[in-house]
Design a protein around this ligand. Structure first.
Ligand code: CU
Length: 578
């Protein structure tokens, strides 16, 4: 055993990426060219790829000129590296133009992940990509021959700041989000898979959308699901899957020796209503790809799905058979509904409170407020919840809205004990009927007018967001903050380049939410009302002159002032719900 450990330690590598965040012009749907946030003057963004035990280093330089940036590594739990998680205002400051911040962490769990900007509403502008951690001990290693990544997403012709400005208007009384203009597969319109007879393929399906879920179905081939969100599952057949924003599925597709020709598959954007029982309500955004076994034949034919009836994500079972935590020490109940703030602007609320960003990043407050850091008042209205080290925490989300919302927890893979069907209503308060060997995920899609019950072990000190992964809803404030084991966060130190990013922006790095170091329990100066003027990632300082791309982008934004987002016609059938 010692020898094995030694051998693995010896091969652990450091994988380094030197990245500039840059604007580039792209036309991924073939209908509209626009600036997108790329890496090193290219887009789609590159893949991060490493092996379990490796150290990943990303040196990220902001060369955007007119926006701040940052990166989150979605699904990695950042054990002992809680300051590398990436969300702006939480574990770091936004990175201003012409600054570099280094992310350094060990990838300790194999699986399919992704990275994305967690800096205001920036990732729908393109800053997102796959993050693959290969396993040295893959239980399914002998079951497949090749790997294929499929990235699915919605896409918008508006840039994100314009889209959010249009959304957060008092006239938007229906809380309508930006409506996608296109469905992208692999950040474009082409994702055929070369399929060789006799081979089995491991598909790594990742949804990087800002809003839409995606349905997927393969004609003539059954998906054998082996992993969700970087957590192995007992192999299970699925005819259709729904992958919500930020979720991932790994599944096997077998090109049997009897197969020949080319087989279509269908990816369809899902409007997030549970229309499994309502065939009339859908977006006309479908993509047909092909499993290509015979190049000489043309790619024709479509995969027709009469009715979407995807696998129930709560019914998969963890591969290791780990039992559900049998009880809990701390209950956090979050009733989610849309709401209006004091100024009549549409927001999204947990327990009638919307998340309001504060001056000091929350982790920095936890590290610098001493014994007061167990007092939630120190953190301001970031919807803070304190949990103690080693607590088994149960989070209940009641989704009072009539649409599906995918909720993501940073820093953990949680157990999904219950995620009942649409229309089930709120949690009864009784802990019964739960899964015994539940799947573990980092993102759970909660059904319309229903709820979910999840549990995790608070063994990872840090400040971890819990939020809807519809990016538009994050910008409306649908976020809570788990402050985990604050007694173990006291006097944490932070890398100088992270602190430098703050000082360049004039952001304090110590004290309570308002930067008060003398009396952290003094709440004066904290933000208590969300700003009415949305600026998102926009940088108005004079750190650099604008590039041609940013000038064009600014000109376009200035020529189209904010206007209420029209409610799309298809939604007139029912009360709009997002
Ligand atoms: Cu949402």
């Amino acid at each position: 055993m010692l020898l094995v450990i030694f051998a693995r330690a010896a091969i652990a590598a450091t994988v380094t990426y030197n990245w500039n965040a840059t604007w580039v012009w792209r036309n991924p749907d073939g209908k509209y060219a626009r600036p997108v946030v790329g890496i090193n003057n290219d887009w789609p963004c590159p893949k991060i790829e490493a092996t379990v035990g490796d150290t990943v280093v990303v040196n990220l330089e902001n060369r955007l000129g007119n926006q701040t940036t940052g990166l989150h590594f979605h699904g990695l739990n950042q054990i002992t590296t809680e300051d590398m998680d990436g969300p702006s205002g939480v574990t770091q400051c936004p990175i201003p133009p012409n600054s570099t911040v280094t992310y350094r962490f060990v990838v300790d769990t194999a699986g399919t992940y992704w990275y994305h900007s967690h800096n205001f509403g920036q990732y729908p502008d393109g800053l997102r990509g796959p993050l693959i951690v290969h396993d040295t001990d893959d239980p399914y290693a002998n079951d497949y021959d090749e790997e294929v990544i499929i990235l699915v997403s919605d896409w918008y012709h508006n840039d994100s700041i314009t889209a959010v400005k249009n959304m957060i208007q008092p006239s938007n009384t229906q809380f309508a989000p930006p409506i996608p203009d296109a469905l992208l597969v692999n950040e474009g319109l082409g994702a055929n898979i070369n399929f060789t007879s006799g081979n089995t393929y491991r598909i790594r399906l990742i949804n990087v959308a800002a809003f839409a879920s995606a349905m997927i179905h393969f004609s003539s081939h059954t998906m054998k699901v082996i992993m969700n969100d970087g957590s192995y599952l007992k192999k299970k057949d699925a005819s259709q899957l729904r992958v919500a924003p930020a979720q991932r599925y790994d599944f096997l597709l077998e090109a049997s020796s009897r197969d020949s020709g080319n087989y279509p598959f269908l990816v369809s954007l899902d409007i997030n209503r549970d229309w499994t029982n309502s065939t009339g309500l859908q977006w006309p955004m479908n993509y047909t790809g092909y499993l290509v076994m015979d190049d000489s034949q043309s790619l024709t034919g479509t995969d027709v799905v009469d009715k979407w009836d995807p696998a129930d994500e709560s019914k998969f079972e963890a591969h290791d058979g780990a039992a559900a935590f049998s009880s809990y020490d701390k209950l956090i109940q979050l009733d989610f509904n849309f709401c209006f703030d004091e100024n009549g602007y549409p927001r999204a609320c947990f327990n009638n409170l919307t998340y309001i960003g504060q001056k000091v990043p929350t982790l920095y407050s936890a590290a610098t407020t001493g014994d007061d850091n167990t007092n939630p008042d120190v953190y301001g209205q970031v919807n803070p919840f304190i949990v103690d080290y080693g607590d088994i925490v149960q989070i209940v989300v009641n989704n009072i809205d009539a649409a599906t919302h995918p909720f993501h927890l940073h820093g953990h893979h949680f157990q999904i004990l219950s995620r009942p069907a649409s229309g089930t209503g709120n949690w009864s308060g009784s802990d019964s009927g739960y899964a015994s060997t539940p799947p573990r995920r980092d993102t759970v899609a909660i059904m319309p007018n229903s709820h979910a019950v999840i549990r995790f072990n608070a063994s990872n000190p840090g400040v971890w967001l819990f939020h809807c992964h519809i990016e538009w809803h994050v910008e409306m404030g649908l976020t809570a903050t788990i402050i985990e084991a604050p007694d173990r966060l006291r006097d944490l130190s932070f890398p100088q380049d992270h602190l430098d990013a703050c000082s360049k922006l004039g952001i304090p790095t110590a004290g309570n939410a308002a930067g008060n170091t003398a009396d952290p329990t003094d709440t004066s100066g904290m933000a208590t009302v969300p700003p009415t003027d949305y600026v998102g990632a926009e940088y108005t300082g004079s750190a650099s002159s604008d590039s041609d791309s940013t000038k064009k982008l600014k000109a376009r934004r200035e020529s189209s002032p904010a206007a209420p987002q029209p409610v799309p016609h298809v939604l007139d059938l029912v009360r709009p719900a997002f």
